[in-house]
Design a protein around this ligand. Structure first.
Ligand code: GTP
Ligand code: NA
Ligand code: MG
Length: 342
């Protein structure tokens, strides 16, 4: 996407929240996948990444005429909510541009919700609160994939009342944690007041709203951060043993371009390792990187992307560390020439 003389990359969005709030299910609803069903005990134990193209966002979100989408898509990072995985939540948070904090409307704020909120505040990360599982309100009438305002208008007086008091409760809890929040369509001061988007990950109400708000809030508040630069910024998410590919690392390419054949330095438990990228793989758009599937092979990849890197010497790579591209003997002039060729 080009905006004036800027080229924008995809905002990286990290999904956080207490165990079973519905983070993975929400992504399944966006992707039309069934990743959550395949998880052991229904618990996420790995950090994941999914590419959501802008065309797909337009199709699902159906923005009003005149709404301009400037980013080329979203890269969404799923994290585990179980308390023992705070390292992965922290990793997700440290590489994201914007976060989504998923709250189960029937439970309100829970332990890991509060933990995530504190970290987001610490790191000054913008976020959207998703108030999930609205379909569990007593007597909810399903309105599959409807915008939430429309879905709420369709409910009985009792459902509307229950929604209102549960919403008020969550708004109060958020306030107690130091955040002013409002339903996103009532929010006139989004630079100071955080948005709440009610959703159902089962029937899809509010999903169009969430996709659109992620895009609009990102591009309204972080153009500088989302400007593509040709300097590689890349974080290791996971190390995987693949019976076909050998040891691979899943990384998030935050900025810059990676090429097959690039020499890279990776931090490992045995010290820094210099290696060559043998293959650059991505899942197809709307597929989860952490789920083994059919990969696309690339000669080069431009940020932002979730990438599986095949190379030697990755066995002891340390998740959370940066991958650095080394260009031996490459002066600035040459690297500029190279970036123009690409
Ligand atoms: P962890 O990754 O383990 O932290 O959990 P999670 O936040 O990813 O939640 P997950 O997607 O595993 O969903 C937990 C349970 O809640 C599953 O049984 C889902 O089917 C259910 N669930 C998620 N979203 C909704 C929703 O909107 N409505 C209803 N009724 N159930 C939901
Ligand atoms: Na779960
Ligand atoms: Mg999950």
């Amino acid at each position: 996407a080009i905006e004036g003389d800027r080229v924008l990359r995809e905002p990286i969005c990290c999904i956080l929240g207490h165990v079973d709030a519905g983070k993975t299910k929400l992504l399944d609803c966006i992707r039309h996948t069934n990743v959550q069903k395949g998880e052991a005990g229904g618990i996420t134990q790995q950090i994941g990444a999914t590419y959501v193209p802008v065309e797909y966002i337009m199709e699902r979100a159906k923005p009003h005429e005149g709404v301009v989408i400037k980013v080329p898509g979203l890269l969404v990072i799923d994290t585990p909510g179980h308390e023992s995985f705070s390292n992965m939540r922290s990793r997700g948070m440290s590489l994201c541009d914007i976060a989504v904090v998923v709250v189960d409307i029937m439970h309100g704020l829970e332990k890991q919700t509060v933990e995530s909120l504190a970290l987001l505040k610490d790191r000054n990360v913008r976020f959207i609160v998703v108030l999930n599982k609205v379909d569990r309100l007593c007597g909810w009438k399903h309105c599959p994939d409807a915008p939430i305002k429309k879905a709420l208008e369709n409910q009985s007086g009792d459902v509307k009342k229950e929604f209102q008091w549960r919403l008020t409760k969550v708004v109060t809890q958020l306030k107690e944690n130091g955040f002013n929040t409002a339903l996103y369509y009532d929010n006139q001061k989004f630079r100071k007041v955080f948005d709440i988007v009610p959703t159902s990950a089962i029937s899809g109400e509010g999903i169009p709203d969430l996709l659109l708000m992620l895009v609009l809030r990102s591009q309204a508040t972080m153009m500088e951060k989302l400007t593509f630069v040709n300097t590689v910024e890349c974080t290791v998410l996971e190390v995987n043993d693949d019976k076909d590919l050998g040891t691979t690392i899943d990384v998030v390419l935050i900025n810059g371009v990676l090429h097959k054949g690039d020499q890279v330095n990776v931090c490992t438990k045995q010290g820094p390792v210099a290696t060559i990228i043998r293959d650059l793989l991505t899942p197809h758009p709307l597929k989860e990187l952490r789920v083994k599937g059919i990969y696309k092979h690339h000669k080069e990849l431009k940020a932002a992307q979730g990438v599986k890197i095949v190379a030697r010497g990755l066995k002891y790579a340390i998740p959370g560390t940066s991958l650095i591209v080394v260009k031996p003997g490459d002066d600035l002039g040459q690297s500029e020439a190279k970036s123009q060729r690409n």
